[in-house]
Write a protein that binds this ligand. Structure first.
Ligand code: TNX
Length: 524
């Protein structure tokens, strides 16, 4: 039957449009299910955002839901020029963000991050059990709107959300991106911009690689030299930088408002020249080396046999743990080639204990699997082409959980092709298709599928200096890893992905995101 003419929310009759299936087919990451319907909601000057919580919802969660409403309004007010006021009214019309536990209702089975988004001519309704789900639903809503909705200045509408329904929840609980702020330092403003970009694709962890040979980037009150000497430079000898505790706390809060948990990394016992240069007692010979501005790896080590080393680790971990509301604290442990295997095992055992004593869960690079991962520890696998796969799988069979960052798929510092100006090649070239063509459940033969807690796309910054550099290397590959972490395995399909990716480009243009125009993608 033909769609009937109908009244819009503002009361003006308008013909019901044909279902806009294209809009529902280009959502990225692809949702569990999406279907278009013959209706559309028009956001207008009188549209209101109603934020509701089922009775019995805690105050903190209700506040978080309200902040999701603020976030949506923050996206839409500048471009639409509408007031879009927030309220708690039970009015079913308008934009509705609704927290519902839904044991047998609309949010049943959607978990802590899932959502159900329904668009009729009277309302856009997002239902979720938790505020995180509402937030992810809002990201989907943004993709259903025209790219101009992302403008930061007033532009002409109409602001039509095509009718339909999306039911969605993530495949993995951990969907991460890592930014190396040690090799080159990135200001809080730059990191906030990356956080905004991660949120668009439902990434929920930001791992900050805070320390390395070339720089120490986080204030530690009990060890002030770290941010005097240790932070003084970067790769190539340029100026360094660090986050004060206030800046870092503000970053953590900014990320939390976008449902992103910051995972701080203090890399030990290798990758530590910045610390060794700051405190002579961390060196076995008691002599501080000069600061380092090259790009070699695997040559530095904290002195494993000295008790002053563990006083240092305790000071740093205690203060970083205090800055960290999230459960994870990453202790690196990669490429400790200047540490003997026995010393490495001894050091990692003590470091893991210190992290536990300060109430956090250890994450470490997969080299920890060769030593003895503590109970509950998570290892981050980065081997390209199956390197150290069996050792990592064995740890997984013994209960260690895995974050997967295979360098030959997920490393954002890999050159796309031989002509890429930035980046490195030790893992080969990684074009978009390669970033997309892998399955976390099959990457490590012999690792139980349940050991995989998620995926992460690391961006090492030896060759990355500017904000544009970050965007060029992250976009579009970041979205491939984000989809692998979020979307059901059964939806994995390169043809579909490249089409949906192409549809993101107009949005990136509006957002000023400088991306790699991969020849593998049919950009509009
Ligand atoms: C290896 S993979 C490293 C980093 C480098 C990166 C460059 C890993 C855990 N460590 O120290 O920055 O390669 O791609």
């Amino acid at each position: 039957s033909r769609p009937q003419p109908s009244a819009s929310a503002s009361g003006t009759p308008s013909p019901a449009p044909e279902p806009d299936t294209a809009a529902y087919r280009r959502i990225l990451p692809v949702p569990v299910s999406a279907r278009a319907a013959a209706a559309a909601f028009r956001i207008g000057p009188d549209t209101r955002i109603h934020v509701r919580a089922e009775e019995g919802t805690g105050e903190a969660e209700t506040d978080r839901a309200a902040r999701v409403g603020d976030h949506l309004a923050g996206v839409l007010r500048p471009s639409t020029g509408y007031r879009l006021p927030l309220d708690r009214s039970p009015d079913p019309d308008g934009i509705v963000l609704s927290l519902e536990k839904g044991r047998d209702g609309a949010t049943a089975g959607l978990g802590a991050e899932g959502y159900r988004l329904t668009v009729t001519e009277r309302a856009v309704t997002i239902r979720a059990a938790r505020a995180a789900g509402l937030f992810h639903g809002v990201q989907t809503l943004r993709q259903l709107l025209p790219p101009a909705a992302e403008e930061d200045r007033r532009v002409p509408g109409p602001w039509t959300v095509p009718g339909g329904e999306v039911v969605d929840r993530p495949r993995y609980g951990y969907r991460g991106a890592m930014l190396d702020v040690a090799r080159h330092f990135f200001t809080p403003a730059r990191v906030r911009r990356y956080i905004d970009q991660l949120a668009l694709y439902k990434v929920n962890h930001l791992h900050l690689h805070l320390t390395d040979d070339q720089g120490w980037r986080i204030a530690v009150d009990s060890r002030p030299e770290l941010t005097v000497k240790g932070a003084s430079t970067s790769v190539g000898g340029g100026k360094g930088g660090y986050y004060t505790k206030a800046q870092y706390r503000a970053l953590v809060r900014y990320a939390a408002d976008r449902h992103i948990t910051v995972v701080p990394e203090i890399d030990m016992p290798g990758h530590t020249t910045a610390a060794l240069a700051s405190y002579p007692e961390l060196n076995c010979d008691g002599t501080a080396p000069p600061v380092y501005t090259g790009t070699q790896v695997g040559f530095s080590s904290l002195c494993v046999g000295r008790s002053s080393t563990y006083d240092f680790v305790d000071d740093v971990v205690r203060e970083v743990a205090e800055l960290t509301p999230g459960r994870y604290l990453h202790i690196g442990g990669d490429e400790a080639d200047a540490t003997t295997p026995a010393d490495y095992a001894a050091f990692m055992e003590r470091a893991q204990r210190i992290v536990r004593d300060h109430g956090k869960t250890v994450v470490a690079w997969h080299q920890l699997a060769a030593a003895d991962p503590a109970e509950g520890a998570v290892v981050q696998y980065w081997g390209p082409a199956g390197r150290d796969a069996e050792q990592t799988a064995a740890a997984a069979r013994s209960g260690t959980r895995l974050i997967l960052s295979p360098a030959d798929h997920a490393y954002l510092d890999a050159k796309y092709d031989p002509g890429t100006k930035l980046g490195v090649t030790w893992m080969g070239n990684v074009e978009v298709r390669r970033a997309y063509d892998w399955d976390p459940a099959k990457l490590l033969p012999g690792a139980p599928a349940s050991s995989v807690t998620g995926v992460e796309a690391p961006l090492w910054s030896e060759t990355i200096r500017t904000g544009d550099d970050i965007e060029y290397m992250a976009f579009p590959r970041l979205t491939a890893v984000a989809e692998i972490g979020w979307s059901p395995a059964s939806s994995h399909d390169w043809e579909s992905f490249r089409e949906r990716l192409a549809a993101q480009a107009p949005r990136w243009k509006v957002l000023g995101i400088d991306y790699h125009r991969s020849p593998q993608v049919p950009w509009a």
